[in-house]
Design a protein around this ligand. Structure first.
Ligand code: HEC
Length: 197
């Protein structure tokens, strides 16, 4: 009796050992699913092939000329000639009063490191060896058209990097409105009470 049981157990052991080496799960096939409910959508997944659309892709490329939200076409190149063209053609589309507030935040976060809090080109980075930017309250910068500043923020100018990838167009215009308002404040004659001090 005991001997027969031992033989049976040995046979079962050998069978399970053989099964262990011969029966392999196929990783390319999903496991058995019991009641998958709505796990599988009938809609085509974005990257799946599509038998209905002409190019066989589910995700369609945007129509030529499509612009992402918040972007506007900008037909300029990173050249000094186009900077002058931008100066003549581009106007700040945002109401300067509204833009100033947002612009102060943008300036504080993105421009202060080099241009300094008071626009004088003495930001922390400039004080530690980065070529100092010009004083934005200086004569030359005061004369810059807003369109040219937009070209500078979008494409960069010499050591000044482009801010197109960090700042939306609206934020660039806001920063410019802030710079212009600071320039106007610096250019305005001091009020009588200030002058008397
Ligand atoms: C990494 C340092 C750095 C940062 C950050 C920076 N700038 Fe500049 N900026 C410069 C330098 C350097 C110049 C001078 C470029 C040149 O030689 O023409 C400059 C030039 C300018 C000019 C042109 C001045 C002129 O008279 O030609 C404007 C306007 C300006 N920056 C605005 C901004 C604004 C607005 C920001 C924030 C969005 C900003 N910059 C961020 C370094 C910086």
């Amino acid at each position: 009796m005991i001997a027969r049981l031992n033989w049976t157990l040995l046979a079962l052991f050998l069978l399970s050992m053989i099964a262990n080496f011969t029966v392999r799960p196929d990783p390319t096939v999903p496991n058995i699913e019991i009641l998958p409910d709505m796990a599988h959508s009938v809609a085509y997944a974005s990257f799946s092939p599509n038998p209905i659309l002409p190019d066989g892709k589910t995700m369609q490329p945007p129509v030529p000329g499509t612009l992402p939200r918040g972007f506007a076409p900008l037909h300029y190149q990173a050249t000094p000639e186009d900077a002058l063209r931008a100066a003549a053609e581009l106007k700040n589309p945002i109401d300067p009063q509204k833009a100033k507030e947002r612009g102060a935040v943008v300036y504080q976060n993105f421009c202060t490191p080099c241009h300094g809090g008071a626009l004088r080109g003495d930001g922390a980075v400039a004080l530690h060896g980065f070529p100092a930017p010009p004083n934005l309250l200086g004569e030359k910068s005061m004369k810059l058209a807003e369109g040219q500043m937009f070209h500078i923020l979008t494409f960069g100018q010499k050591k000044m990097p482009s801010y197109a990838s960090q700042l939306t167009m609206n934020d660039r215009w806001s920063a410019i409105a802030y710079v212009r308002s600071m320039q106007n404040a610096a250019a305005a004659p001091a009020p009588a009470s200030e002058a008397a001090k």
